[in-house]
Design a protein around this ligand. Structure first.
Ligand code: F6P
Length: 341
């Protein structure tokens, strides 16, 4: 079989580990051939490919990003996009696609499968918010990067008697904020699932200053105050209709200064959370996803995505990837509140 591989959406540490596993097992055990499509759905849409053989995947396991490139191209929104993809796959002799991506990429994969394209999906997102799988690779790396940053901010916050706000990624789900904040002993953790009371946050900060310890507030980019809306720093939407978030950290710093009289500064971790080398956990999870994905393609078990359930890698219908956003359950958030203030 000739199998195309693509990576779509925001990049994520572990993507290369998936590609490597797919290609290594696919060639060694099954004798398949591979075509790398460049930049997500833009590759099959424009017929842009790169070589993908054993030599191409040597040395990429510890590398962040994706050797295939990525984009947020949505072929369904482009007139004639689906037909162009079908034509390009046919002219390249590609029988099946392995699409590695988050809810947007998997959403397109589901629609293409319904329209007759042979697709297997692999879920990825640092946000860990896909309902179909217990964990996505990239999340553990992002949490560790944020944790280390918060550890570092502790010492400077203490030296300068400042409140430090750390803004982390997470549009609709506060998993990164919750895990990084818990692991690094944050003073307060604010997530999109639980609108916060500004006065309560200021109380936590005041309390922390009384104990002469660092006041560190971890806030997810999509968190918002009780009375307010999400904080938007850019009005434009991407091709999947997402707004670019940002600004909640600055908003909080201003409020904390106003209400507590203490100096407050914000650190926005941004894309640092997505860059660099994946943790061992993410490398192993991504590798196991890749091995299961090539098995599915080899068995022509299309319309499926791989998922982690407990410690097992299983296959579930592709549609599951976009069905349910996995947000932080309130009882998980309540566990962390013990350490606030
Ligand atoms: O979905 C992954 C993610 O990193 C989100 O946490 C974040 O909101 C978004 O992507 C940022 O996207 P971009 O890099 O396109 O600005």
């Amino acid at each position: 079989m000739r199998i195309g591989v693509l990576t779509g959406g925001g990049d994520c540490p572990g993507l290369n580990a998936v590609i490597r596993a797919v290609v290594r097992k696919g060639i060694k055990e099954y004798g398949h051939e591979f075509v790398g499509f460049r930049d997500g759905w833009r590759g099959p849409l424009e017929g842009e490919t790169r070589e993908l053989d054993i030599a191409a995947v040597r040395g990429i396991l510890p590398r962040g990003g994706t050797i295939l490139g990525s984009s947020r191209t949505n072929p369904i929104k482009i007139e004639g996009g689906v037909d162009r993809i079908k034509d390009n796959l046919a002219s390249l002799g590609v029988d099946a696609l392995i699409a590695i991506g988050g809810e947007d990429t998997l959403g397109v994969a589901t629609q293409l499968h319904d329209l007759g394209v042979n697709v297997v999906g692999v879920p990825k997102t640092i946000d860990n918010d896909l309902g179909a799988t217990d964990y996505t690779f990239g999340f553990d790396t992002a949490v560790n990067i944020a944790m280390e940053a918060i550890d570092r901010l502790h010492t400077t916050a203490e030296s300068h008697h400042r409140a430090l706000i750390v803004e982390v990624m997470g549009r609709h789900a506060g998993w990164i904020a919750l895990h990084a904040g818990m692991a690094a002993g944050a003073n307060a953790i604010l997530i999109p699932e639980n609108p916060f009371d500004v006065e309560k946050v200021c109380e936590y900060v005041r309390n922390r200053f009384q104990s002469r310890y660092a006041a560190i507030v971890v806030v997810a980019e999509g968190a918002h105050p009780l009375e307010g809306q999400m904080s938007l720093s850019h009005g434009e939407l991407d091709s999947f209709g997402h707004v670019r978030l940002g600004g909640i950290g600055e908003f909080l710093a201003r409020e904390i200064e106003k209400h507590t009289g203490k100096e407050a500064r914000t650190t926005v971790l941004g894309h640092i959370q997505r860059g660099g080398t994946p943790t061992a956990f993410d490398r192993v999870l991504a590798t196991r996803f890749g091995l299961q994905a090539i098995d599915a393609a080899h068995e022509r078990d299309f319309g499926k995505m791989v998922a982690l359930r407990g410690t097992d890698i299983v296959r579930v219908p592709l549609i599951e990837g976009t069905k349910e956003l996995k947000t932080v359950p309130i009882e998980r958030y309540r566990e962390s509140e013990v350490f606030f203030g």
